[in-house]
Ligand binder design. Structure first.
Ligand code: NAD
Length: 430
């Protein structure tokens, strides 16, 4: 599929799932395109006085079930097609976990590492001003995504409150604890995923200590998941970040890896300085260096892509050895690879379910912002577990009922819930 884009890949997955729902052409048309695609160039003054413009996007795919909801990504490759696909996936995701939001996504085409803190703040505030009329606690609620963080969310909330002369803690989620954040938001994506893996393992009556796990990506989602699984007795056999990874069939302690990553900036930091590794020590510890391509093909029970999209594609899907692929990243498996994995009998837990813990706790943060309450960590944890397990059971039921993969079943559940809301609103004939 040479000319495929993230959005056409979403459409391929959607079409496959829609077959089972027997929608009318009028109903299908409702899912073909986002409701709104907003584009602006954001101009800021650099520290050296030069003016520079960055393309920015806010795509609002659906608000059938509630306010648009979705993160803002800062990345040199962020473009309209990518943001459209991510907005659509958000709509499916919020419907699958049954929280009263629609789906949206934002992006700025920028490498934030090239900006000073002052320039980054100016750009973030410019984003809010550019899309002000389309945003708000009851309209469209942004959040962090790749390369955006609680500090940026705080600047954005401050700019929104300034522009609208309001007190609006529910304008945005992923805020710092000192400025309206929720306990548990920082670990929510991995925590939600962990509850699902526990459920899968319990149902199959498997023993965690006999299960080998490979995780690609050692950032917020991947590293946190590594800690949860390690503490629950799973054996983490391989980990990686953008610079490559390590493989140790006898198991890796993620706390140790984290310590060296903090010190050296790399997962391989305990053994390697750049590309030069201490082979002798690696041998003694039973550790091998692996590339990000090799890590996906290692022998293991559970493979967790937690970094980039499209890493499992037609070319390598046949070599995946895991029994379960758990998509903590968004869009790590192409539609072609999905079919190959299904043929091989690999269970793929799809992104719209697997990583929905993040948006679920964002919803809890929005509720707290509106009510003025501060939930305890225990309350966040137990509500998150309930929402994730309810979603998993609904998807599993649909999968059994219609003999569908978990991805097709999740899309089916999500689309049906969106359609029910559209029918109730009178947007389509009931
Ligand atoms: P992050 O920036 O904290 O971590 C990303 C990790 O991936 C880093 O360790 C980075 O070194 C690694 N990486 C970058 N390029 C790589 C490459 N070529 N090969 C292997 N690893 C590479 O990001 P995150 O928040 O952990 O997000 C990771 C994925 O999870 C993304 O797809 C994101 O959309 C998805 N996700 C995250 C959340 C969340 O709450 N953090 C929620 C839902 C989905």
């Amino acid at each position: 599929m040479a000319s495929s884009t993230p959005y056409t890949r979403f459409q391929t997955t959607l079409e496959k799932a829609l077959v089972h729902l027997k929608l009318s052409s009028e109903e299908r048309a409702l899912f073909a395109h986002p409701r709104y695609t907003h584009k602006k160039d954001l101009t800021i003054t650099r520290d050296n006085g030069a003016k520079v413009a960055f393309p920015a996007f806010r795509v609002q795919y659906s608000d059938a079930r509630g306010p648009y909801k979705g993160g803002i990504r800062y990345h040199p490759l962020a473009d309209e097609e990518e943001v459209k696909a991510l907005a659509a996936l958000m709509a499916i995701k919020t419907a699958v976990v049954g929280i009263p939001f629609g789906g949206a996504k934002g992006g700025i085409q920028v490498n934030p590492k090239d900006l000073s803190a002052k320039e980054l703040q100016e750009l973030s505030r410019a984003y809010v001003r550019a899309f002000l009329e389309h945003l708000g606690p009851d309209i469209d609620v942004p959040a962090p995504d790749v390369n955006t963080n609680p500090a940026i969310m705080a600047w954005m909330r401050d700019e929104f409150e300034k522009q609208t002369k309001s007190y609006s803690p529910a304008f945005i989620t992923g805020k710092p604890m000192s400025f309206g954040g929720s306990l548990g938001r920082d670990t929510a994506t991995a925590r939600g995923g962990f509850f699902l893996i526990q459920e899968l393992v319990d149902r199959a009556a498997l023993d965690p200590s006999e299960l080998k796990v490979v995780i690609q990506g050692f950032g917020n989602a991947g590293a946190t998941m590594a800690h949860f699984l390690h503490n629950a007795g799973f054996t983490i056999v391989a980990l990686s970040d953008s610079q490559g990874g390590i493989y140790a069939p006898e198991g890796i302690d993620p706390v140790r890896v984290e310590k060296y990553k903090r010190k050296t900036g790399a997962v391989t930091g305990e053994y390697c300085e750049g590309s030069v590794c201490d082979i002798q020590r690696m041998k003694m510890d039973g550790v091998q260096q692996v590339t990000n391509e090799q890590i996906l093909e290692l022998p293991c029970d559970i493979l967790i892509p937690a970094a980039l999209d499209n890493v499992i594609a037609e070319e390598n899907a046949g070599r995946i050895q895991a029994r379960i692929v758990f998509e903590l990243a968004n869009g790590p498996t192409t539609p072609e690879a999905d079919i190959l994995l299904e043929k091989k009998g690999v269970t793929v837990v799809p992104d719209v379910l697997a990583n929905a813990g993040g948006v679920t706790v964002s919803y809890f943060e929005w509720v707290q912002g509106r009510s003025g309450e501060q939930w305890t960590a225990e309350r966040v944890d137990s509500e998150l577990k309930r929402v994730m397990l309810d979603a998993y059971r609904a998807v599993r039921r649909e999968s059994h009922r219609q003999s569908l993969t978990l991805r097709d079943a999740a899309f089916s559940v999500g689309i049906r819930r969106m359609l029910d809301a559209m029918r109730a609103r009178g947007w389509v004939n009931a």
